[in-house]
Design a protein around this ligand. Structure first.
Ligand code: SF4
Length: 116
């Protein structure tokens, strides 16, 4: 297990985990489109031999990421020299989206935190 590689990808991994738990229609649609591309790729690892974390197959044979998480991370992209799919947001945009999601009430108003 390459902990340095995992550490470098920790934001995408965390986003993938969050989106795999809190499933949203548009993210599931994007993940399905990406997965259909991966299934046809020669680097698609269904057995798990290239997975950075054992038992998380199917994985990408290049980066070793679990495709269940990688395809759901909006800021993740295919690591091939000629990427077969790209990120749809930057890491900064992803942070802003997460901030707005987790700091807003049901009406979309920002929640005040701290002492008032
Ligand atoms: S992420 Fe890219 S290189 Fe990896 S399996 Fe999918 S298409 Fe292939």
């Amino acid at each position: 297990m390459d902990f340095i590689k995992i550490w470098k990808n920790r934001r995408q991994i965390a986003e993938g985990i969050k989106n795999n738990i809190f499933k949203q229609e548009h993210i599931e649609s994007l993940a399905e489109q990406r997965m259909q591309i991966c299934i046809k790729c020669s680097k698609f690892d269904i057995t798990g031999k290239d997975c950075e974390v054992p038992g998380t197959q199917p994985c990408c044979g290049i980066c070793g990421c679990s495709l269940a998480l990688k395809t759901r991370a909006l800021s993740s992209s295919c690591p091939d020299n000629k990427p077969k799919w790209n990120a749809v947001v930057t890491e900064e945009q992803e942070d802003q989206i997460n901030y707005q999601i987790f700091n807003a009430d049901q009406d979309g108003d920002q929640i005040q935190s701290g002492n008032t």
